[in-house]
Every structure is written in structure tokens, then in C-alpha cells.
Design a protein around this ligand. Structure first.
Ligand code: GLC
Length: 512
């Protein structure tokens, strides 16, 4: 990638402000305590971190705005005048990290709340700080917003004459009135005409109290360009495939698409998702050495999660949120006992390292059928999850819909072949395996129901029974191809291309 040079006198590099409610890490050169700033609910955190890191490495003038989750950032919240906080507050003049200050963020343990009333309050506090303080301080040339929590910002940015890119990571939204927005301290009267309402607004006064604003659709409507996180998900929305996508959001995405202002950019796993360097693994490996190392990792993982210790047992791994509206865990609970009974003699194992409302049914099945040693249900932890990829033979991602999805890519990098439903980003990244022809990289079912999943699981078990040389050859091939293709520089490059198109000038290249 190109190295940035100092711009000639008088010419400034365009300044990009990335606004995100989640981040996995920030590059250490970006500002005070960058290494502490970790707040993750899902893939949005990983993707934001990778993009910021890539832009920073490239030498571009990138800034980040995120809520100040003091507790999640391990700031001692009990000691407000501690040295740590003082360091934190005395921001370096050239800091590129801008923390939105509001008490509602300080004591939280998670990014989002289970109480649906609380999330809009968090979004309003975040938007208020970004609109009233962070944008005027940073004075960006372009703002990049992510998902509904940031949905009001493009409307305000349009009023300020700043172009905005809005990335749609998921379809969730919230509705708020102008009155609620103004009560939070945002002067929405300034940009009310750029927001998306439930019905066409007649004027400001009649809309203020009872014509609700759709946050995600407002983000799409008011921004200058949008992107989804995979090309197929964009096509599915535009072609009206998913009837559960809110109509307003679908129409606004279609409008952007038809005016040539929408793209699908596939996310990429972080460069740290590499079995050769991953600090969470007991035995690191690459495509050439995967066989023995994966057996040893399987033994460590089985010991940690309470499964029977057997390196020859086929192991299926579930890494993502147990959310029945999107991720399809109910397909697995439907057939879990039947599937495990069918392959009982082969000593099949399933491990879940995931949280979510659907964890409980798995616990119940485990207890009722006494599947101890064969089924493990664990809370999410980054370390256990990384070891899970390295230990397992197969990664399960049977989602109803998937804007992009990272686990099916990480699985390939770690030699754990994905079992997926043919949708969205899963369609773009997984092709059904033909081991004899050395083609494909996973197991893909077309019809979203438990029979579909069962069919794909049977195909995975057929592959598991193939001669070891054939299996190893295919796994090594999938690992190599994944490494070459799922590349975060390529992903960052696509975002830079959009920024440059929107700004009509290069981010850094002209200074070489
Ligand atoms: C959301 C989507 C997921 C995507 C991630 C990052 O979590 O559900 O498909 O990979 O955002 O964009």
C-alpha cells in the first residue's frame, strides 16, 4: 500500500471522521489510551477497527468518534479524579479519538441494552455530542456513519455542507419524534427537512410531536452515498427478497441504488485472525501444518469446555450471537438430538461459544438428553472463540439473512469449513465443496429450514469420512484461498475509493 508523504504547503489531506458506536481496538498512535478502547457487540466493532487501522496505516487524516464507555474501557469509574482519568481527559492536541461524553455511557457493561427504551437514549446522547461538539472541533471534510445509532448525523451534516457515507450493517432501526430529539439537546429544527418521517411531513410544527422519525432510514435518506456490507445483500434488498426488511428502509436503499449512490463492500476479517500468529492458540499453524496443530488445539478446547477429549471426534463450532431473528439457532435445536444420535458412534461434538436469548434452549436440550461431553454451551469470550475456530472441523452459520458475516470467513482461515445458508454475505463467500474436484470451501443449503441445515450437516459428515489425504488437501486449499481473498486492505481500498469519489480528490496519493 502507498506510503503517505507530507502534503505540499497549503494543501491539506482530506479529514475523515468515522462515527461508530462499537470498536474492537484502535491503533496505538491515534491518541491517549487507544489500547484500552474496546467496546464490542458484534461484527460492526471488528469492521470499524480494521478500517480505522488501515486508514491510519496509510497515513490518511482519520478521526474516530465513539461513546465514552468508561467501565468497558476499564477506567476506574469510582475514582473520578484518579490519575488515570486525568491522563484521559488531558487529550493530546493531535488526538484523533473523540469520546462522546454523557453519564449514560459511563457505567455500562454492554454497548446495547436489553431494554428497548434505553437504546434510543444512548443514540441521542451520542448524536448530540457528535453534532454539537465533535464535528465542530474536528471540522471533517467527510463523515462516515454506521447504522441506526448514528442515523441523525447525516441530516445534520448535510445542513453543514459536509458529505456523508452511511454504512448499513444491519436492518434494525428505532423511531423518535422531533420533540424527543430536541429535548436531548440537538437543534433538529435546523435540519428537520433532511430526516425521514413515518408520513410525509406537512411542516415542522405539525410533525414535531407525532410524526415519528425512522433513524436507520434517515441515515440512508440524508447521506450522499451508502453501502451495505456485501454485494448480494444489497441486491437482495433492491430486488425485494426479504419481506421482513422494513419498507421505508428498502425504499430508501432502492432510491440510493437507482441514483448510482449505493455499493456493496464485503467486510474482511481483521489481520489478527491468523492461525499462524493468533496469541489465543496453544498450537499455531498454517495451511501446511494444520493437521497436527488442529488436533492438539481440539484437545485443549475440549478440555476447556468440558467435551470428551478425542482428537478424532468431528467437532462443529457455533461462534455467532444466538439471535433467532437472524442467526438461525432454532434450526439447530430442531434437529440437534436427531443429528447427534445419527452420528453418535462417530462421536460427533457440537460447541457453542455465544451469548443471546437463544442460549437457554441449548442448555435445556443438554440437560434433558444428557449430552454432556458431546454438547458444550459457553458464554462468548474472545480467547475461547479463537481457539474454537482452530479446534473445530466445521463452523456453523445457518442465518436467515446475513448482511455480511465474519465467522464463515474466519472459519476458512482457520481450516474450519463453514456450514451456511445461501444468503447475503454468506452467498458471496461460501461455495459448496466438491472435494474430489478440489473446488468449493464449505457446505451451502438453499432452503432456510431445519431439513436444509440437516442436509448440509450430513454433507459435512460425508466430507469428514473421506480419506485423510483428500481432506487435508482440501482444507489447506481453502485456508490458502481465504488468506488471499479475505484481505482487509482490499476492503479498506474499496472504502477509500468511495471517499475519493465523494470528495473528488485523493486521500493521500497525490502527495507521493
Ligand atoms: C452486523 C451484521 C453482520 C456484519 C456485521 C459487520 O453484525 O449482522 O452480517 O458482518 O454487522 O458489518
Amino acid at each position: 500500500m502507498a506510503k503517505a508523504k507530507k502534503p505540499p504547503d497549503g494543501i491539506k489531506k482530506p479529514r475523515i471522521l468515522i462515527v461508530t458506536p462499537e470498536i474492537t481496538y484502535l491503533p496505538s498512535g491515534m491518541g491517549n489510551m487507544a489500547c484500552k478502547l474496546n467496546a464490542k457487540a458484534g461484527g460492526l466493532a471488528d469492521v470499524s477497527a480494521s478500517l480505522v487501522a488501515a486508514l491510519f496505516d496509510l497515513g490518511s487524516d482519520v478521526h474516530v468518534a465513539l461513546p465514552h464507555y468508561r467501565r468497558m474501557f476499564h477506567i476506574d469509574v469510582g475514582q473520578l479524579i484518579s490519575d488515570e482519568l486525568r491522563v484521559y481527559k488531558s487529550r493530546l492536541p493531535d488526538s484523533r479519538i473523540h469520546l462522546a461524553e454523557d453519564r449514560c455511557f459511563y457505567y455500562r457493561e454492554t454497548v446495547y441494552s436489553n431494554s428497548q427504551n434505553e437504546n434510543p437514549k444512548l443514540a441521542l446522547a451520542f448524536s448530540r455530542e457528535v453534532i454539537n461538539n465533535i464535528i465542530p472541533t474536528v471540522q471533517p471534510d467527510l463523515i462516515h456513519c454506521n447504522d441506526w445509532m448514528t442515523g441523525l448525523i447525516p441530516a445534520a451534516a448535510r445542513r453543514m455542507g459536509i458529505p456523508c457515507l452511511f454504512t448499513v450493517h444491519n436492518i434494525h432501526t428505532h423511531h423518535l419524534s422531533l420533540a424527543q430529539i430536541e429535548d436531548s439537546g440537538i437543534d433538529a429544527a435546523e435540519f428537520w427537512g433532511n430526516l425521514y418521517y413515518t408520513r410525509v411531513p406537512y411542516n415542522y410544527e405539525e410533525s414535531r410531536n407525532n410524526n415519528l422519525i425512522d433513524m436507520q432510514s434517515s441515515g440512508v435518506f440524508a447521506s450522499h452515498f451508502i453501502n451495505t456490507v456485501s454485494p448480494t445483500f444489497l441486491e437482495e434488498i433492491v430486488n425485494g427478497w426479504h419481506d421482513f426488511i422494513p419498507r421505508a428502509l428498502r425504499e430508501e436503499i432502492r432510491n440510493k441504488y437507482r441514483s448510482g449512490c449505493a455499493a456493496g463492500i464485503l467486510n474482511a476479517p481483521d489481520p489478527s485472525d491468523n492461525p499462524e500468529t493468533d496469541p489465543h492458540l496453544d498450537h499455531r499453524y498454517n495451511a501446511d501444518t494444520h493437521r497436527e496443530a488442529k488436533r492438539l488445539n481440539k484437545l485443549s478446547f475440549q478440555r476447556k469446555v468440558g467435551l470428551e477429549e478425542n482428537p478424532d471426534a468431528p467437532l462443529f463450532f457455533w461462534p455467532s450471537r444466538l439471535d433467532p431473528a437472524q442467526k438461525g439457532p432454532q434450526l439447530l435445536t430442531d434437529i440437534l438430538y436427531r443429528f447427534m444420535s445419527r452420528y453418535w458412534k462417530q462421536r460427533v461434538q457440537i460447541a457453542l461459544v455465544a451469548n443471546g436469548v437463544y442460549q437457554q434452549p441449548f442448555h435445556e436440550i443438554l440437560r434433558f438428553h444428557e449430552l454432556y461431553g458431546r454438547l458444550a454451551v459457553c458464554d462468548f469470550s474472545q480467547a475461547l472463540s479463537q481457539l474454537g475456530y482452530a479446534a473445530s472441523d466445521f463452523t456453523l452459520v445457518p442465518s436467515l439473512f446475513e448482511p455480511c458475516g465474519l465467522p464463515q470467513m474466519v472459519g476458512q482461515l482457520y481450516g474450519s469449513l463453514p456450514v451456511v445458508h445461501d444468503t447475503g454475505g454468506l452467498h458471496d463467500t461460501v461455495e459448496h465443496l466438491d472435494p474430489a474436484q478440489d473446488k468449493g470451501n464449505g457446505f451451502v443449503f438453499k432452503i432456510y429450514d431445519s431439513r436444509g441445515l440437516e442436509w448440509a450437516l450430513d454433507k459435512a459428515m460425508e466430507f469428514f469420512k473421506r480419506p485423510p489425504e483428500e481432506r487435508e488437501r482440501n482444507i489447506a486449499r481453502v485456508m490458502r484461498a481465504g488468506q488471499a481473498r479475505f484481505n482487509h486492505e482490499a476492503c479498506a481500498r474499496s472504502y477509500i475509493d468511495i471517499y475519493e469519489k465523494m470528495l473528488n480528490r485523493p486521500l493521500v496519493r497525490s502527495f507521493e
